[in-house]
Design a protein around this ligand. Structure first.
Ligand SMILES: NC(=O)c1ccc[n+]([C@@H]2O[C@H](COP(=O)([O-])OP(=O)(O)OC[C@H]3O[C@@H](n4cnc5c(N)ncnc54)[C@H](O)[C@@H]3O)[C@@H](O)[C@H]2O)c1
Ligand SMILES: O=c1ccn([C@@H]2O[C@H](COP(=O)(O)OP(=O)(O)O[C@H]3O[C@H](CO)[C@H](O)[C@H](O)[C@H]3O)[C@@H](O)[C@H]2O)c(=O)[nH]1
Length: 337
C-alpha cells in the first residue's frame, strides 16, 4: 500500500519507514522538520535503496495536505507527527493542544476530502494515568487522571478517532499505545537525534556513556520495586516500527486500541547495566530524589496485539542497547555528524 507517514523524519518515523519498505509498502513522508532534519530522510533513502517521497509540510496546511494525499495516491495513513515532551507541554499547553489536535483534525479532514479511510495513530501508555496498576490492559479505564497536556492531547485524539469511526462506518482506525521505545536500526545509520540534555533515560545514559554528560541521575531508589528504582517496559524501536506494519495489515472498519510493549519490566539500574555492557564504558550514576509525577512501574499486557495483530516484541534490551551504542558512536552529533 501507499502509506502517508506523518512525522516520518522523526525517531520512530524513520524506523517505521524502513519497516514499511521491508514489508513491501511504499511510504510517503510528510514532516515539518520542527524536531528532525532532512538528513534523516536521506538516510532512510540510503537504507531502503528507494527514493522515498518527502514533503516538508506542517499538517495544519490542510489544502496542501489534501493535494498530497490525492497526488500520491495514498491508501492509508500512519500518523506520528506531533510534539512529545511532557515537561514542555506543562509549560506551553496551548502550543501542545494547538499542534497535536489541530494537526490531527486537519489530517482527518484531508483524508475525508480525498477518500482515504485507513489510519494508524501513535498514542502512549501515559493515557492509562496514575491510578492504573500494571500490567496495563487495553480494557483498563484510560484518560481519567493523565497529569500533563501532552498525554491529554493523545487521549483526546484517541476519542476523536473513536467518534469519527462511529460516525463513518467506512473509517478504519487503530490506536497504538507505545510503551518506552529505545534502540536504533542495527545499521547505525538512523536513530534518535541526541538532544543537548535529554529528558528520557536511554538517551541520557548514552550521553553519559559517550562522555558528554558526567553521570546519570537515578530518580529515586525507594520505590516498591525489586531494586527500588522505577520499572518501565522498554522495547526496541524496530519492534515498535514493525508493530505499525502489523496494525496496518489488519485494519478493519471501526476503531481499535492496542498496547505496543514487550510486556516485561526493566529497572533503571538494569538499563544502565545493559548500556554499560553494550558500550564497554563506565556509566557513573548517583541516586537523587524521585522525579515528580513518575509512576513506580509501567508495563504492558501485550497479549492483545499478539492475538489480534500477530505482533510481539522480539528483540532484547541488550540488543537495543548495542544498536543505540552503534548509532551513538558512529554519529556522535546525530544527523549533524
Ligand atoms: N519516543 C517516545 O518515547 C514516544 C512514546 C509514546 C508515544 N510517542 C509518540 O510517537 C510519535 C513519534 O515520536 P518520536 O519519538 O518519533 O518523535 P519525533 O519528535 O522524533 O518525531 C515527530 C515528528 O513530527 C514532526 N512534526 C511535529 N509537528 C508537526 C506538524 N505539525 N506537522 C508535520 N510534522 C510535525 C517533527 O518534526 C518530528 O519529525 C509522537 O506522536 C509521539 O508523541 C513517542
Ligand atoms: O535521567 C533520568 C531519566 C529517567 N529516569 C527514570 O527512568 C525511567 C524512565 O523514564 P523516561 O523519562 O525515559 O520515560 P517515562 O516512562 O517516564 O516517559 C516516557 O514514556 C511514557 C510512556 O509510558 C510517555 O510516552 C512519555 O512521554 C515518555 O517520556 C523512570 O523510572 C524515570 O524515573 C531516571 O532515573 N533518570
Amino acid at each position: 500500500m501507499k502509506i502517508l507517514l506523518t512525522g516520518g523524519a522523526g525517531y520512530i518515523g524513520t524506523h517505521t519507514a524502513v519497516a514499511l519498505v521491508e514489508a513491501g509498502h511504499d511510504p510517503v513522508i510528510v514532516d515539518d522538520l520542527s524536531n528532525s532534519s532532512e538528513e534523516a530522510v536521506r538516510r532512510v533513502r540510503e537504507l531502503t535503496g528507494r527514493q522515498v517521497p518527502f514533503h516538508e509540510l506542517d499538517l495544519r496546511q490542510q489544502d496542501a495536505l489534501t493535494a498530497i494525499l490525492r497526488e500520491e495516491g495514498i491508501e492509508a495513513v500512519i500518523h506520528l507527527a506531533g510534539l512529545k515532551a511532557v515537561g514542555e507541554s506543562v509549560a506551553q499547553p496551548l502550543r501542545y493542544y494547538g499542534t497535536n489536535l489541530e494537526s490531527t483534525l486537519s489530517l482527518l479532514e484531508a483524508m475525508r476530502a480525498s477518500g482515504v479511510e485507513r489510519i494508524v495513530f501513535s498514542s502512549t501508555a501515559t493515557v492509562y494515568g496514575a491510578h492504573a496498576t500494571p500490567p496495563f490492559r487495553e480494557s483498563d479505564q484510560a484518560g481519567v487522571d493523565v497529569s500533563h497536556p501532552y498525554g491529554k492531547t493523545k487521549f483526546m485524539i484517541e476519542q476523536i478517532l473513536a467518534d469519527a469511526a462511529a460516525a463513518d462506518p467506512a473509517l478504519q482506525a487503530t490506536v497504538l499505545r507505545y510503551f518506552n521505545p529505545i534502540g536504533a536500526h542495527p545499521s547505525g545509520r538512523i536513530g534518535e537525534d541526541p538532544a543537548q540534555i535529554p529528558n528520557n533515560l536511554a538517551p541520557f545514559v548514552l550521553q553519559v556513556a559517550v562522555g558528554k554528560l558526567p553521570l546519570v541521575r537515578v530518580f529515586g531508589n525507594d520505590y516498591d520495586t525489586p531494586d527500588g528504582t522505577g520499572l518501565r517496559d522498554y522495547l526496541h524501536v524496530m519492534d515498535l516500527a514493525e508493530g505499525h506494519v502489523a496494525a496496518l495489515d489488519r485494519l478493519e472498519p471501526g476503531s481499535r486500541v492496542y498496547n505496543l510493549g514487550s510486556g516485561t519490566a526493566t529497572s533503571v539500574l538494569e538499563l544502565i547495566e545493559s548500556f554499560r555492557r553494550a558500550s564497554g564504558q563506565p556509566i557513573p550514576y548517583e541516586v537523587v530524589a524521585r522525579r515528580p509525577g513518575d509512576d513506580p512501574a509501567t508495563f504492558a499486557d501485550a497479549s492483545l496485539a499478539a492475538q489480534e495483530l500477530g505482533w510481539s516484541a522480539k528483540r532484547s534490551i541488550d540488543e537495543a542497547c548495542a544498536d543505540s551504542w552503534r548509532w551513538q558512536s558512529q554519529n556522535p552529533r546525530g544527523y549533524a555528524s
